[in-house]
Each structure stands twice: as structure tokens, then as C-alpha cells.
Design a protein around this ligand. Sequence first.
Ligand SMILES: [Zn+2]
Length: 265
Amino acid sequence: MAIEPGASGAPARYTLRAGEHRLDLNARLGQPLRLAHTGAIACTHCGRATRKSFAQGYCYPCFKRLAQCDTCIVRPETCHFHAGTCREPEWGERHCFQPHVVYLANSSGLKVGITRKTQVPTRWLDQGAIQALPILEVDTRQQSGFVEVLFKEQVADRTNWRAMLKGDVAPLDLRAERERLLAALDGGLANLRERFGLDAVRVLDAEPVTLDYPVLEAPTKVVSLNLDKTPEIAGTLLGLKGQYLILDNGVINLRKFTGYEVVFE
Ligand SMILES: [Zn+2]
């Protein structure tokens, strides 16, 4: 599922992609929807059939072999490229040795996150954030991990997805939070600059971004639907937020089922 920011303040645009097919999900709001999993799962990397999906879309051999499935992607501060043990050094150079942004977002309250610079604002839309503010820029994924570890002393790094979907999230003054956190973590940031170079951790002076989602009706009680347990899911599409479809009888995180062959109607 691809999510793009809406034009000038309009809600985000959701497109379901399957091979060459494109389905405009915004146009399906308020309409009945049916998803039926055929039982087939194909690895999103190599295309091979797999009985189970690992790390949201990979077969087991790819899960064990690809750098993008290594634990250092989730915990970038544990990057081991310098030890010569990167699973795919060329992939690492292309993806991890690139400018990364440390941001504050409001998805279910204040959180800190990191992303490759080119993934802004996609990353925020994926998380269902209603506000976001880039605050620091660094040269590598590992450095962004060290900065994030520092911020985690003060701020959450996870989204409470139930609260995010219910939508009862109060707006935050992200600029004020930025000031507060940069002051509180001044010593830790100075240590990182000492280690990586004076201009390694650069403070950004950006304006907060507001993000809007196409939601007719937010769920009051969040029931999670799962294609592994219920291969056929049908309901009325009430909204799209983060990677979730909100139906009148439950919500489904489509990202979780990447690679699943699904009949969609
Ligand atoms: Zn594979």
C-alpha cells in the first residue's frame, strides 16, 4: 500500500499496489470491501513461495541473508559495518551511509524517530502521525541510532496504534518540545559531536508538518483483524490511517500481510 501526502492540506492518498494493478482506496471509502487470502505467500524480495512470512514479507532464507532484515536496521546503534560483518556491504553503503533525520512526531502522543532523509514524509504517513518535525540531521544510520537512544531517555519511540487509530490524539507544540529536548539533551549531543565530529549532528530549523488522513469514522473499540486467523475479511471501509484499513467491524494492518496473495473486491 502506497501513501502519499494529499495536495495542499487534503487527506493522504492511499493506493493499493498489486503487480501492475493500482487501486485508489480513497475512492472506496464508505463502500463494502472484501479481502480473501488465497493461502499463497510470496517473498517480496525473491518471489519464492513461503509458508510463513518473516519480517513482514520475506522468506526464511532472505530473512537470514538480507542486510535489510538484520537486527541493526531496527536498532541502528548496533550497526556492525565497521567490523566487516555487514550482510551486504553494498546495500549498507547505499542505505545506511546516507543522511538520516531524527524527528519528533505525534502519532499517539510525542515520539522520537529516525528515517532516511529521502523517506520524509512517507515514514510519518506510515505511522499515522498527525504532526511531525525534523529536528536533527546526521550522516549515517548508525549515528541516527545513537541520537535516538539519547532521546529515548526523555521520549517514547513507539506508537500506541490503538490510540492512533481511535484518533483522540491532542495536537502538540512540537517546536516547544524540540526546544525543551535539545536543552535537556545538550550534554549527550555534545558527546556525540566529540565522537563523530563537530558538524556530525546538525540541528535543523524546520517548520512542523501537519498530516491528515481519510477517515469517515474512527473506531471507538479497536478490533484487530488478521488474515492468518481469518482468511476472509469483509466490511465497510470507514477510514485509512497509517498502514491500517479501518472497517466497520475491525482494523487490519496491511503492512503485516505484505506478500500475501489476496483477492480484493
Ligand atoms: Zn526470499
